[in-house]
Design a protein around this ligand. Structure first.
Ligand code: IPM
Ligand code: SF4
Length: 468
């Protein structure tokens, strides 16, 4: 048998049918659903008189639209559109008998944090969600695709997805990371290297010592942004850390079923000599704490750099950089550490897990945020929030001057009340810095939780290594 990549193995195990042109019908193990991309899909089912094929494999949770303030149960805090979407998810989950975590449930949170936390996401699975950051689940060695609303309807009705196989790409991070450098810096640096189209047509497998050394949470941060690098999905082979994370989770297999699952999981690695169509290698020790300066995730630089000149780029990127610099209100040649900020957002499916909060707390302990700074910490789920309170992190945040919020997508995107005003500049731990992403006219600098915490204290983009 010819050697296979991890992607090949999971793909082959899920192909239910292959047409002559290579189009495949893939069996789907887990379908995650949120309120934004599902209402029309359920409506479609109803119109055609169909039901959900596998409600026991379909998990729903509202996250994008929900306010994160303590008064969110009061419907007045939501816009009409948001209220309608969340109410539709409530009704659809009930009507079709799905696993559901409503806003009132402590397990509610961002869909990509809830899936792994509850043990729905497991190695070797196919996982889909009507959301591009479904790539996050690849951290478990699961093939996780973001899908569109018509595909959501297709998966609801059939528990299968029509797909063509992508090419294999390997991203290897060798060696060790230096102090102050995190999974977020890895994933941003990879995109800085490959560009936002570098992964187009590929499924990326991340490997190498620096990836192995990451916790499951860090691996989720890396895979989360595979999509910003253009890839169809990101994957990391499961290992002891993966099994340990999964064991005992509410929906993970138990007893003999666990043993059977482990037999399969242990086969989930890329065989010696398997072919990759594209290979990118970065040295772990070369990666620095990084920030974005522009309006694309590929506009990334080490914090020690200066704001670039548009003429530093080539081709179409010159005009794009000019526009980015103009939108971001930045002057070429300014040291990044001189850029002042007025808002800090720590949260999102990229960096809203307990380790992210611990990393922020380690910087914020005993400190105060800069006068006039608006800073919020939004845990990725109600359970992350509860754990942070138990560990005393919430007190550190509140004492420092941060708002301590309820779980949701929050200021990652402007679909709920947490938004930037025009001209406001935010240090954010999320994954997209597009124009208007956090609110019309708002300016976003992406970075790690520790870097965002450091910026909250100084009021400027800051090299976290100086505060360690
Ligand atoms: C709203 C949703 C469809 C969207 C996505 O697909 O990623 C959102 O989660 C985002 O991060 O932009
Ligand atoms: S936290 Fe942000 S990136 Fe993640 S699902 Fe929500 S909106 Fe999308």
């Amino acid at each position: 048998m010819s050697p296979k990549t991890l992607y090949d193995k999971i793909w082959d195990a899920h192909v239910a049918h292959e047409a002559d042109d290579g189009t495949c019908l893939l069996y789907i193990d887990r379908h995650l659903v949120h309120e934004v991309t599902s209402p029309q899909a359920f409506e479609g089912l109803r119109m055609s008189g169909r039901t959900v094929r596998a409600p026991d494999k379909t998990i729903a949770v509202p996250d994008h639209n929900v306010p994160t303030t303590l008064d969110r149960a009061d419907a007045q805090t939501m816009t009409e559109d948001s209220r309608v979407q969340v109410a539709a998810l409530d009704a659809n989950a009930k009507e079709f008998g799905l696993h559901y975590y409503p806003v009132s449930d402590v397990r509610q949170g961002i869909v990509h944090i809830v899936g792994p936390e509850q043990g729905w996401t497991l190695p070797g699975m196919t996982v889909v969600c009507g959301d591009s950051h479904t790539a996050t689940h690849g951290a478990f060695g699961a093939l996780a695709h973001g899908i569109g609303t018509s595909e959501v309807e297709h998966v609801l009705a059939t528990q299968t997805l029509i797909q063509k196989k992508s090419k294999n790409m390997k991203v290897e991070i060798t060696g060790k990371l230096k102090p102050g450098v995190t999974a977020k810096d890895i994933t941003m640096s990879v995109i800085g290297e490959t560009g936002t189209a570098g992964g187009t047509g590929y499924v990326i497998e991340y490997c190498g010592e620096a990836i192995r050394d990451l916790s499951m949470e860090g691996r989720m941060t890396v895979c989360n942004m595979a999509i910003e690098g253009g890839a169809r999905a990101g994957l990391i082979a499961p290992d002891e850390k993966t099994y340990e994370y999964c064991m005992g989770r509410p929906h993970a297999p138990k007893g003999a079923q666990w043993e059977a699952a482990m037999d399969w999981w242990k086969t989930l690695f890329t065989d010696e000599g398997a072919h990759f169509d594209k290979v990118v290698t970065l040295k772990g020790e070369d990666i620095a704490p990084s920030v974005t300066w522009g309006t694309s995730p590929e506009d990334v630089l080490p914090i020690t750099a200066t704001v670039p000149n548009a003429t530093d780029f080539e081709g179409g990127k010159v005009g794009a950089a000019e526009r980015s610099l103009d939108y971001m209100g930045l002057t070429s040649g300014t040291p990044l550490t001189d850029v002042t900020i007025d808002t800090v957002f720590i949260g999102s499916c990229t960096n809203g897990r307990i380790e992210d909060l611990r990393a922020a707390a380690a910087i914020l302990k005993g400190k105060k945020i800069k006068d006039g700074m608006r800073a919020m910490i939004v845990p990725g789920s109600g359970l992350v929030r509860a754990q942070a309170e138990e560990e005393g992190l919430a007190d550190i945040f509140k004492d420092a001057g941060f708002e301590w919020r309820l779980a949701g997508c929050s200021m990652c995107l402007a679909m709920n009340p947490d938004q930037l005003k025009p001209g406001e500049r935010c240090a954010a731990t999320s994954n997209r810095n597009f124009e208007g992403r956090q609110g019309r006219g708002g300016r976003t600098h992406l970075m790690s939780p520790a870097m965002a915490a450091a910026a909250a204290i100084t009021g400027k983009l800051t090299d976290v290594r100086e505060m360690m």
